[in-house]
Design a protein around this ligand. Sequence first.
Ligand code: CDP
Length: 240
Amino acid sequence: MASNVPKKYEKLVVGGKRLDGRKLDELRPTKIEVGIIPSADGSAYVEVGKTKVMAAVHGPREMFPRHMMNEDRAVLNVRYAMLPFSTSDRIRPGPSRRSNEISKVARHALESVIFLEEYPTMGINLTLDVIQADAGTRATAITAGAVALAHAGIPMKGLVAATAIGKINGKLAVDLDGPEDNFGDTDMPFAMVSTNKDITLLQMDGDFTPDEFKEALSMAKKAIEPIFEEQRKALLRYHE
Ligand code: CDP
């Protein structure tokens, strides 16, 4: 556990329940909406607990800057940002090392499911804006990005959803919230493809024993299924 833990966060699991009342394998309430940005070719809004992300897709369209163009396939450009008001400490606008890293891992998490070869020379721009952050912003952004790409009508091999598995007070737990991320021991963001179950993101901050790691992976795979369901429902609702 991190040092200087406020008293109220010393015990993150009490009687098998977490401080917000969730069970260890329970996701935060998740809400997905499609088509919230009419000027974009595709868009989605995803809320996971207090974490809120908006995703917008522009493209496929002519690639800019042209030197980034690929003759054989489309280029997916992802820009993740935390909006200045998304945390209690104002976030400085503009790219940072962290936002560059998350943009890159989000691109890797999503591009393998897109039939990029169907759009040679073109560019697809995906912006992922965190409106409110309470841990799990990269996971929520990836979940939102996949829905926005599908909403844009871009042919995909499947959806991608993400969550994080962590260790809090020595216990494995699904989808850490802010205090759990800050004062817990381990955080492992994870993304998976709905169809072939390929894993497209796996990062880890902290430590797991080999057995905990296996258990964490299996918890992540199980936890993600209801997120796929919410993604599908949101897309169907939009097309009703
Ligand atoms: O958001 P995610 O869990 O993917 O990434 P992180 O770098 O592990 O950040 C965890 C959480 O710390 C974020 O979701 C925010 O709630 C908070 N954070 C913050 O308040 N200010 C920052 N500059 C970065 C992160």
